[in-house]
Design a protein around this ligand. Structure first.
Ligand code: AMP
Length: 127
């Protein structure tokens, strides 16, 4: 179910629980600023999520974070995309915020998709 994407941060969300080690994840990268793991319900042959280590709900929320954390997070996103071997074939980075985007998990994250032609950026509006 879609969530609002606006603060306050909910410490019981599933990504907070993954960060605390309460729920397992198929980790592909971890450093001081970010954790990257395979999406449990992949929408492409490669579908990896990257989340910052902190209590942020959306991109706007995260934009107020310590600049070192922000820089470290985006560096991790780029490293993961490169390490997944997607530089030649290409990939898409996406973040969802709020109901219109269908955000499900209220912890800021980006999706990295790759491994096939990804089609239109945004599906047509429903009739
Ligand atoms: P979003 O709609 O942008 O909030 O995306 C949330 C994503 O988290 C979805 O693609 C889910 O499949 C994924 N997800 C939910 N629970 C887990 C989990 N325990 N491990 C990995 N991915 C998950």
């Amino acid at each position: 179910m879609a969530v609002s994407g606006k603060p306050p941060y909910d410490d019981s969300n599933i990504f907070a629980r993954i960060l605390r080690g309460e729920i397992p994840a198929k980790t592909v990268h971890e450093d001081a600023h970010a954790l990257a793991f395979h999406d449990i319900n992949p929408q492409a042959p490669v579908h990896v999520l990257v989340i910052p280590k902190g209590r942020f709900v959306s991109l706007v929320d995260f934009a107020a974070a310590d600049p070192a954390l922000q820089a470290g997070f985006w560096a991790a996103v780029a490293k993961v995309a490169r390490d997944l071997g997607l530089e030649e074939s290409g990939y898409r980075v996406l973040t969802n915020m709020g109901p219109d985007a269908g955000q499900e998990v209220p912890h800021f994250h980006v999706h990295i998709f790759g491994g096939r032609r990804l089609g239109r950026m945004v599906p047509p509006a429903a009739a």
